[in-house]
Design a protein around this ligand. Structure first.
Ligand code: ZN
Length: 135
């Protein structure tokens, strides 16, 4: 039994031959001069990896603002678990103004930056500032 898909569909030039120039890599124009094939750039082979490049299209990613690269965003929240916990307590504390909360949170971040972590002493000291009644 003959598979109809495998018989009669064979191209003598194969799938990799450039279909614009027919494999020559050149195109004869009407003025009698020979130009390099714009599709395969003279190789005569279809460049399947590159696909079809539309040079008139501008890539949208090219003009995106690059403010994420190179610019360090200002840190607004502690990086350590203890610092984050403390900052959450500060954020949820009812008796603090927004300014005080921001100042205390910034203190945690600065403490982390210089110590690498939140020490227990620091955590206790901070909690006393917004939880005077805590035992
Ligand atoms: Zn070609």
């Amino acid at each position: 039994m003959i598979d109809p898909l495998q018989s009669g569909s064979g191209s003598p030039q194969g799938p990799e031959t450039c279909q614009i120039c027919g494999g020559d890599g050149r195109i004869d124009n009407s003025f009698g001069s020979v130009a390099k094939c714009p599709s395969c750039h003279g190789s005569g082979k279809r460049s399947r990896d590159m696909g079809f490049h539309d040079v008139t299209k501008t890539k949208p990613s090219h003009h995106l603002p690059t403010n994420r690269a190179g610019v360090v965003e200002k840190q607004t929240w502690p990086t350590t678990a203890q610092g984050g916990q403390l900052a959450t307590e500060i954020r949820d504390a009812s008796g603090l103004t927004a300014d005080t909360k921001a100042r205390l949170t910034r203190e945690i971040i600065e403490h982390e930056a210089s110590h690498g972590l939140c020490t227990q002493t620091f955590l206790k000291k901070m909690r006393k500032q917004f939880r005077p009644a805590a035992r």
